[in-house]
Design a protein around this ligand. Structure first.
Ligand SMILES: [Zn+2]
Length: 299
């Protein structure tokens, strides 16, 4: 079996940052995401960049706004600026990937059906732990990207724990399609920002004990297995789980709860695992990548 443990150890400063973020997210405040995936509240950021020129906000007010590239940020190297070989990949992902690579450490691996993108992020800032993401983005934009997150890569690769990961392939579930928090036309950079925020929430749960902020959990079995009483209820009531569906969920007989789960997700609750080929990709530091078509059904 493959290890999913190994939660990062944080310095006092980073732990305090995580605590503040968790409280804010829990109160419904959407933090900003900066270069390298650094998740922070505006106030903290503004005091940090005190003296820097004012930055302009992004165009999508409903998404987290992205500030302009930091002066000390990574400049695009000539190799990152080059086009992809395949016209289909270049047309679909060229500009989006190059924008991503200006703000994150990102590698691309081109294939005929699309792109694998490997990203290294520091969601809790330069002194915080790393998070590694592997994102599969097909050329066919009617098929949504899929991504997996790792706390370490290389021979000892470990995934992030299972929570807000999809059934059955354990890919990241950072938002729902219905919420329109991200749409394919938004491109890779905002997508990656959502994943950075997801990593912060996952670390908050691993280290502090609960998942901050609004979350969806459509049935009793899922909620009672994965939701802490302090968390938002999954029914979108806006009330904490402990005061909402907690006791009701515990009264649903196991057999009924399981059947309900299968109806919602089309699979059993226990059926969730990162595909071995994705784990292998992380173990080899992205040297051995599976074909996109083996991971998602492409037309
Ligand atoms: Zn509820």
């Amino acid at each position: 079996m493959f290890a999913t443990c190994g939660k990062p150890r944080l310095s006092e400063v980073t732990l305090s940052h995580l605590n503040i973020l968790g409280q804010a997210i829990h109160a419904g405040i959407q933090p900003l995401v900066f270069d390298g995936g650094f998740v922070s509240l505006v106030e903290q950021r503004e005091s940090e960049v005190n003296g820097d020129a004012k930055r302009k906000s992004g165009q999508r007010p409903e998404a987290r706004t992205r500030q302009g590239q930091r002066a000390q940020g990574r400049r695009r190297s000539p190799s990152e600026a080059k086009s992809f070989r395949s016209p289909a990949v270049e047309e679909t992902h060229g500009a989006g990937f190059r924008l991503l690579a200006q703000h994150y450490e990102a590698l691309s691996f081109e294939e005929k059906d699309g792109l694998w993108v490997a990203v290294k992020a520091k969601p809790l800032g330069p002194r915080g732990p790393q998070a590694h993401f592997l994102i599969g983005v097909p050329n066919d934009q009617t098929i949504w990207p899929r991504a997996w997150a790792f706390q370490t890569i290389g021979p000892q690769a470990t995934t992030f724990p299972l929570k807000h990961t999809n059934f059955p392939d354990a890919s990241i579930c950072a938002f729902t399609l219905q919420s329109e928090a991200w749409l394919p036309a938004d491109g890779l950079l905002p997508l990656m920002d959502h994943y950075s925020l997801w990593a912060v929430k996952s670390w908050h749960r691993q280290i502090i004990g609960w998942w901050p902020g609004p979350q969806i959990g459509v049935c009793a079995l899922y909620r009672r297995n994965e939701f802490d009483a302090r968390e938002w209820c999954g029914c979108e009531s806006g009330i904490s789980y402990g005061f909402c569906h907690f006791s009701l969920d515990r009264r649903v007989p196991e057999e009924l709860a399981r059947r309900e789960f299968t109806q919602f997700f089309g699979t059993d609750y226990g059926n969730r695992q990162t595909p071995p080929s994705i784990v292998e990709a992380a173990r080899t530091r992205w040297k051995k990548l599976p074909p996109l078509s083996s991971i998602m059904s492409l037309a």
